[in-house]
Write a protein that binds this ligand. Structure first.
Ligand SMILES: Cc1cc2nc3c(=O)[nH]c(=O)nc-3n(C[C@H](O)[C@H](O)[C@H](O)COP(=O)(O)OP(=O)(O)OC[C@H]3O[C@@H](n4cnc5c(N)ncnc54)[C@H](O)[C@@H]3O)c2cc1C
Length: 236
């Protein structure tokens, strides 16, 4: 809560600072992240002498619990602030490295890699380097989520192991029940659930087409492989 002075609320991005709001005397500048404990998406800057009352999360919660009237006003303010951010060209997420994304709320920084994470007790900013030009940049952000490992490394497999258009290995009914792919199976018997187009070669887990890319599912495929092997041993 500002006692005296003016505070600017800004979003910091690769293209500089963007002003979101200006708050003066008697303004409450809190955000819903005071309750969730997450880092704030925006930054408050005082360019002059400012006196303010600071509330920590537990004090705010106490206030919300003990003063229903104030609580209603503050929760409504939190909601309106999120709506304000959503209605503006506010970039909530920046994706470094990929070129394949198209969403107004997502800024893509292609051909780049994260080279450093700057933090004190939590993420404050990251350093990026553009691979072709070598140019570096600093991006202020409250959090970093690394999304890697979504592409299968199957290019080394022989062509006889049939893949889908994204490079995942087709197994069992995925090719056997598809009339256009059935010809890739050379035997009279039906393939096992994990069997590839090459008889008795199995694939399981993330690399298999159509699976949910999660540990639990990969472990499930591992168990399924045991029953497939039993069946194949009996048949051979
Ligand atoms: C960043 C990230 C976060 C994730 N978070 C979660 C999560 O929170 N919860 C969850 O359930 N799942 C999560 N996953 C998914 C989970 O990690 C996978 O679903 C799971 O590891 C798949 O197991 P897998 O055995 O099929 O494959 P992998 O764990 O990828 O194992 C495949 C192994 O094969 C090796 N390999 C590859 N090619 C060859 C080769 N030619 N010769 C020999 N070895 C080779 C690899 O080195 C690797 O060790 C996450 C994945 C990523 C990438």
């Amino acid at each position: 809560m500002i006692k005296t002075g003016v505070v600017r609320i800004v979003e910091r991005g690769v293209d500089g600072e963007r002003l979101i709001a200006t708050h003066g005397r008697r303004s409450f500048i809190g955000d819903v992240d005071m309750l969730t404990g997450r880092s704030s998406l925006i930054v408050a800057i005082a360019n002059e002498q400012v006196e303010a009352f600071q509330l920590c999360s537990s004090q705010l919660r106490k206030l919300l619990n003990s003063c229903p009237n104030v609580s209603e006003i503050l929760l409504e303010a939190f909601q309106m602030r999120r709506k304000l951010l959503a209605s503006r060209p506010f970039v909530g997420v920046r994706v470094v490295g990929t070129t394949k994304m198209n969403h107004p709320k997502i800024k893509v920084i292609p051909h780049s890699e994260v080279t450093c994470i700057n933090d004190e007790s939590r993420v404050e900013s990251i350093e990026t380097r553009n691979s072709p030009t070598g140019e570096t940049d600093t991006i202020h952000c409250p959090a970093l989520f690394i999304f890697i490992g979504a592409q299968p490394h199957t290019a080394w497999l022989p062509k006889s192991v049939l893949l889908d258009d994204k490079g995942f290995v087709l197994t069992g009914s995925a090719f056997y029940t598809d009339p256009s792919l059935r010809s890739h199976w050379s035997l009279d018997r039906t393939p096992c659930d994990l069997e590839t187009t090459v008889p008795v070669i199995l694939a399981g887990g993330d690399v298999r087409a159509g699976t949910t890319k999660r540990c639990g599912f990969a472990v499930g495929d591992g168990s399924l492989a045991v029953s497939c092997v039993h069946r194949l041993l009996v048949q051979s």
